[in-house]
Design a protein around this ligand. Structure first.
Ligand SMILES: [Zn+2]
Length: 591
């Protein structure tokens, strides 16, 4: 703390000496020379095109937004430089980088905050003001940079990861209306309807589909990119006339645009629920004020992504635990989970998690005044009716006392009855039909040990079928297994593994037992595309258990080194030795 204060003071002193000169470019401050109002004719032309499609009111506003995002980028760079880094290995893969990836349009990219938010100048000013203050930048410097702190003192100011917080901020009035451009296809409309139904079923929020209500959330495919305005912006903003006369959907027409212009956001529940959460007024999870306790960021990889950490005055988390699996968490290059087993949990496409729902219910003051139900296992009365409970992942039933039946009414509750030998769970979910489904198929398993013991898991196989791609990568968006072992953290997403993750393919030289801290381990298997197969051995252990693994717990192993190449012959009757040499790849391990 002392060190931070000292640095801040030094910045302030350095800045004081500079106020009479040009914009500062000195030790301790970034180079501000590119913070200008000058844009090329080509950029101006593209901006004019975007404004005509309702992306901003006019070119001058877009120039201002672009400039402020450059300032925010510098702030993010400073934050990354000054944070104390923890574990920095295991960089994320790019495979699951969906909403976080750059749009194809450079000008559009330069106008979006963190890849998918179109913030107003007022919102940008507020973020700059608060984060720059934390870095020790003086207000005078911000004024020179064109940040108008006066303008940001408006009624939408508040505490946020959830951007709006009563009583000072505006909320969407209920019911929240929504509609679509004509070119939004039926399949997208159905996922949007399903997403609003999901939110209605888990909150006190209500919604209506209306082509005429104003203001309304309006789904568009006006240009490339997946992005939205964040939070209800106030009746003045929605009602203000546009200076554009040629726009097809003008701002100021009572519309809150959500643009779904890429394959990865136009029909996926996870992506659409993410954008709608922004529209409700929630920023990214990895921007939370406490994110540096959980993430290491690489400045090089994040150089142009504005991954600003919000200050405590801009980030109010309602006591929710940091959740790497939040629907609002990216999983992209340059982000490393300090809890390394959660690396692939970041960027999960599973949709809103328990903590996300807790956040939005707090945000909109959705509480049961007189619940008729008593919840267990961390659940709480569902503000939509108050006679059932909202349950942490893996639990279900009216009171959260049951195992979640998942989408397939599958899964199982299993007993670990031995310590000196292992039982085996061999299961799968999905079909190998190469059809990418709109929604995940999910099954939950509870593995219980006797009271006072812990559950030990030894993974043998977890992944796609032979000959099918495993799609490893951040977020395990296609299929995977979630593992929950910590009794005090059942209300956040567990560790996700995408399939054939080295952590899940045990061999005699790579033996990674997973042990719960209570007598319960929870597993979820899920898929959106093709089968996910799981084979895991389990037993119970306690502090007296020998570290030597009993024979029945030893993992089944491929004996040949080229099993992947031979997978197509697993069932060839003329080559029975292949299944014998490649039991893991061929799925012929003994049970
Ligand atoms: Zn986003």
């Amino acid at each position: 703390m002392f060190r931070i204060i000292l640095l801040s003071s030094l910045f302030a002193l350095s800045l004081a000496a500079l106020l009479n000169g040009a914009l500062p470019d000195i030790n301790g401050l970034p180079d501000f020379s590119d913070i200008t109002d000058n844009v090329t004719d080509a950029v101006k032309s593209r901006m004019s095109d975007l404004a005509s499609k309702g992306i901003g009111r006019h070119v001058e506003e877009l120039i201002g937004i672009q400039k402020k995002l450059k300032i925010i980028n510098k702030i993010a760079g400073e934050q990354v430089k000054h944070v104390k880094h923890g574990n920095t290995n295991t960089p994320a893969a790019t495979d699951g980088d969906r909403l976080g990836k750059k749009n194809k349009d450079e000008v559009l990219d330069s106008l979006l905050f963190q890849g998918d938010m179109f913030l107003t100048e007022v919102q940008l000013d507020r973020i700059i003001e608060n984060t720059a203050q934390e870095l020790g930048w003086s207000k005078e410097v911000l004024t020179k940079l064109g940040v108008n702190s006066k303008k940001s003192l408006n009624p939408t100011r508040g505490k946020r990861q959830a951007i709006q917080h009563p009583p000072n901020d505006f909320h969407w009035a209920l019911p929240i209306s929504y509609y679509y451009d004509d070119n939004i296809p039926d399949v997208t409309r159905q996922v949007i309807r399903d997403t609003f139904a999901f939110y209605a079923n888990h909150t006190c929020l209500t919604f209506q589909e209306s082509a005429t209500a104003v203001p309304r959330i309006h789904f568009r495919n006006a240009t490339s990119g997946c992005f939205t305005y964040v939070g209800f912006l106030g009746n003045d903003w929605y009602g203000a006339p546009s200076s554009q006369t040629t726009c097809t959907i003008c701002q100021g027409a009572g519309l809150h645009p959500v643009n779904l212009g890429e394959w990865f956001c136009n029909n996926q529940f996870g992506s659409i629920s993410h954008e709608i959460f922004h529209a409700f007024g929630v920023f990214h999870h990895h921007s939370r004020s406490d994110r540096d306790d959980y993430l290491s960021l690489s400045a090089a990889n994040l150089a142009d992504k504005q991954f600003t950490r919000l200050t405590t005055s801009d980030s109010y988390n309602y006591g929710t635990m940091y959740d790497y699996g939040s629907v609002m968490h990216y999983g992209i290059d340059g982000m490393t989970a300090k809890e390394s087993l959660y690396q692939s949990t970041m960027g999960a496409g599973l949709g809103p998690q328990f903590g996300d729902i807790v956040l939005i219910n707090n945000q909109y003051q959705c509480f049961c005044q007189s619940a008729t139900v008593t919840c267990v296992n961390g659940g709480y009365p569902n503000p939509n009716g108050c006679n059932t409970c909202l349950c942490p992942g893996g639990y279900g039933g009216t009171t959260c006392s049951d195992r979640d039946p998942g989408t397939e009414n599958g899964g199982d509750t299993l007993q670990a009855t031995t310590s000196d030998s292992c039982l085996t769970l061999k299961t799968s979910i999905g079909n190998d039909d190469d059809i990418s489904n709109l929604y995940y198929q999910k099954s939950w398993f509870h593995i219980q040990a006797p009271a006072g013991k812990q559950v030990q898991l030894i993974f043998n196989k977890a992944g796609a079928s032979p000959n099918k791609t495993n799609h490893r990568g951040g977020g395990c968006n296609y299929r995977g297994v979630e593992v929950k072992l910590i009794s005090g953290q059942l209300n956040r997403t567990g560790t996700l593994f995408c399939g054939d993750d080295p952590a899940l393919v045990s061999t005699s030289s790579n033996f990674i037992p997973f042990t719960s801290d209570s007598n319960l381990a929870i597993l979820q298997i899920y898929t959106q595309l093709n089968k996910f197969n799981l084979e895991v051995k389990y037993r119970y252990v306690d502090s007296t258990t020998s570290p030597t693994l009993p024979g029945s717990c030893q993992p089944c192993q491929d004996k040949a080194s080229n099993c992947n190449d031979m997978a197509q012959y697993c069932t060839d009757p003329n080559n029975p030795q292949i299944a014998a040499s490649c039991p893991v790849t061929c799925g012929t391990c003994p049970t």
